[in-house]
Design a protein around this ligand. Structure first.
Ligand code: ZN
Length: 297
């Protein structure tokens, strides 16, 4: 090998070394970029869980957040899973549910997708019997947020700090709402009331009110003459002054009570329908609290 050959050989080796380093670092960079932008799919069962997840996941790059049901579906009692729902769940990394029996289809999902991480927001909560509407209590909803944040941190550890931080910020706001309630809860304690929606049993419990009759009007249905008589009898016998109802399905009965008795009907929001504004729960729970504050006076 002459000197000249030796020199060009050296240059070639040097150039390929540079190329390898350059390619290697580009590949490493691309890989890292790809990792931080990696998609993570969270599917929530229905509206209150979506709003909760929306607040907890803010800033999570590459997040795909979807709701199984439409924002106007409401509670999922008797909800039947569609083929599209099952397809959506097959893409999920995590499925966030309210639990407490609200998602009756859950056993089917767990059987179909044994590897799907299901975060049960109501795990460990002190629920009322056969009543999973826990989000109606701010105190319980704070625990739900805690459960969801923990579940997400476990399933997506790279962003565990973010979920914890978001939880802290959101929980401060929920804590304010809870304190607001406690300011006047004592004035309502022991008050006898009637409910036209079982979700409000959590409201009654939070304020220490005594529920004397519940008519569950959470869907369009015929109310029998016997039920109407029962409501009016309960109002008269227990001298009930307050009825809590829901606008959508309880208005007709509410009007009847206003016409036929001295009780007053107040319409609260069940917080199960709306747009995807992340402050929706805070704003509408605040409105509910204002109505309850009005009753305390
Ligand atoms: Zn319901």
């Amino acid at each position: 090998m002459n000197r000249k050959m030796h020199k060009s050989c050296f240059v070639a080796i040097l150039l390929s070394a540079i190329a390898i380093v350059a390619f290697g670092s580009t590949f490493f960079y691309w890989n890292r970029q790809n990792r931080t932008e990696e998609e993570f799919t969270i599917v929530t069962s229905f509206y209150p869980m979506y709003i909760a997840a929306e607040n907890l996941t803010e800033g999570r790059e590459g997040l795909v957040l979807k709701s199984l049901s439409e924002p106007q579906t409401g509670c999922l009692h008797d909800y039947q899973l569609t083929a599209a729902d099952m397809k959506l769940l097959s893409t999920a990394d995590v499925f966030v549910v309210n639990g407490g029996g609200i998602e009756e289809f859950l056993t089917d999902v767990a059987a179909q997708y044994p590897d799907l991480v299901i975060v049960d927001a109501s795990q460990g909560l002190e629920l009322l019997e056969d009543n999973g509407h826990a989000w109606m209590s701010v105190a319980l909803h704070r625990q739900q947020l805690n459960n969801i944040a923990r579940g997400l941190a476990e399933a997506d550890p790279e962003y565990a700090d973010l979920y914890r931080e978001n939880y802290g910020i959101y929980d401060e706001k929920l804590k304010d709402l809870e304190q607001e309630q406690q300011e006047f809860a004592g004035d309502l304690a022991g008050e006898q009331i009637i409910l036209f929606h079982e979700a409000y049993a959590y409201v009654a419990r939070d304020y220490g009110m005594e529920v004397v009759y519940v008519m569950d009007l959470d869907e369009e249905r015929q109310v029998s003459a016997g039920e109407v008589a029962d409501v009016l009898r309960a109002i008269a016998e227990d001298d009930v002054k307050i009825v809590l109802a829901e606008e959508q399905y309880g208005k007709e009965m509410g009007d009847m009570v206003t016409r036929e008795s001295d009780a007053k009907v107040y319409y609260l929001d069940t917080l199960v329908r709306g747009d995807y504004d992340k402050d929706s729960y805070l704003e509408r729970m605040e409105a509910n609290i204002s109505i309850m504050r009005g009753l305390a006076k």
